[in-house]
Design a binder for this molecule. Structure first.
Ligand SMILES: *Cc1c(COP(=O)(O)O)cnc(C)c1O
Length: 372
């Protein structure tokens, strides 16, 4: 049996000859960053692919989170989830805003709408939920609460590239949505990201903020940052866009195999597809009930490693466990029972476009054979 190391994901790489050709063109244009030719083409192509009206490219998926809070002039307190990548809360902190953690719903691992209202104070100005694993949040209920209290909603949609509900992009929900195109995501531009908005005026504002706040050569409209994407990565991104549908379909087939193998295994829970949702299969989390399964999550994680399978405990530890957040009152374990339990149960299994049939079976065998 092969003992090559299996990782949770593998970067989707464009064809090297195609990329070389575009690099030649960039060299001949002598325009390598600042809204170049390929940058503009990629913004347009992504708007079409993702079915969104306006999108601004960024150099990674964290700067658009920080910029979104700036663009909406968010202050005071922002309600968010502890069950995410640490960048979600860091973006709030970097804006001098207090994050307020709310527990999650086990049905989708997103923020629990039933817990939002009790966390609202006179200082609350926004909610920042995450479509965790690309599973859509309950956007309707979140929006209803936001409307009732006059709050903005910024979705961290880093996992939700291409996710649609009833044929509509999830990225059109809320006031703004952010994406990450990091190498480990379903779609990548090496490093990269985007901010999706609903109006031309907002895109203009975001584009100023992305470029130091410059409106023109002599006018700075606000405390902008450098969040620009360069031509090399935009060209690379255009090429990857051609093959992302195939990559998602391969992930889908692997998800079907995992589900078939694990259904009926006591103590292993996983997600099925949600009705009406186009999923992107960006992650395949399983949740281990130690008592029923006969092994703890961490023992299974170690056993997978012995078999050269590198599962990832997304998301463990919870963001609320990290400094500087662990001293906040909303960070206490008693306040976050569901997130705390799920953080102790979860392992994300390898799922990506380049995973072979043999490797999928290797992962399945380790999980279903509990006694070796
Ligand atoms: C990857 C990720 C980010 C950060 O994106 P980068 O491109 O790595 O800066 C933010 N939020 C979530 C939920 C992520 O998974």
């Amino acid at each position: 049996m092969s003992s090559s190391t299996l990782t949770v994901t593998s970067p989707l790489l464009p064809d090297l000859d195609d990329f070389n050709e575009l690099l030649q063109d960039i060299w001949s244009r002598k325009w390598i960053t600042n809204q170049g030719h390929y940058h503009e083409l990629l913004e347009q192509a992504l708007c079409e692919y993702l079915k969104v009206p306006f999108l601004s490219l960024f150099t990674n998926g964290t700067i658009p989170l920080i910029t979104a809070l700036q663009a909406l002039d968010i202050k005071g307190e922002v309600i968010t989830t502890p069950f995410s990548f640490v960048a979600t809360t860091h973006s709030i902190w970097w804006n001098g805003i207090k994050p307020v953690f709310v527990d999650i719903d086990p049905a989708n691992c997103g923020i629990d709408p039933d817990r939002i209202e009790e966390a609202i104070t006179p200082k609350t100005t926004a909610v920042m939920p995450v479509h965790c694993y690309g599973k859509p949040c309950d956007t309707q209920r979140i929006q209803a609460i936001a409307d009732r209290y006059g709050l903005k909603v910024i979705y961290d949609a880093a996992h939700a590239f291409g996710v649609e509900v009833n044929g509509k992009s999830i990225l059109n929900e809320g006031d703004l949505s952010t994406l990450s195109f990091h190498a480990t995501k379903v779609y990548n531009t090496v490093e990269g990201g985007a901010l999706v908005c609903h109006s031309k005026e907002m895109k203009q504002k975001i584009d100023y903020l992305r470029n130091f706040g410059f409106e023109d050569e002599v006018t700075v409209v606000g405390p902008g940052i450098n969040g620009k994407m360069d031509e090399m990565r935009a060209a690379y991104g255009l090429l990857n866009l051609r093959q992302v549908d195939d990559a998602i379909e391969t992930r889908h087939q692997i998800a079907l195999q995992y589900r078939k193998a694990f259904r009926g295994v006591p103590g292993i829970r996983f997600f099925d597809d949600m009705p009406g949702v186009r999923h992107n299969y960006s992650y395949f989390p399983i949740f281990v009930d130690a008592e029923q399964y006969g092994m703890t999550r961490d023992d299974l994680y170690a056993k997978l490693r012995e078999h050269q399978i590198l599962g990832r405990r997304y998301f463990y530890p919870l963001i609320s466990r990290f400094s500087p957040y662990n001293s906040l009152s909303s960070a206490s374990t008693e306040h976050l029972p569901v997130a705390t339990r799920i953080a102790d149960e979860v392992i994300c299994l390898p799922i990506h476009h380049a995973l072979s049939q043999k490797d999928v079976e290797r992962v399945i065998n380790v999980i279903i054979s509990r006694n070796n």
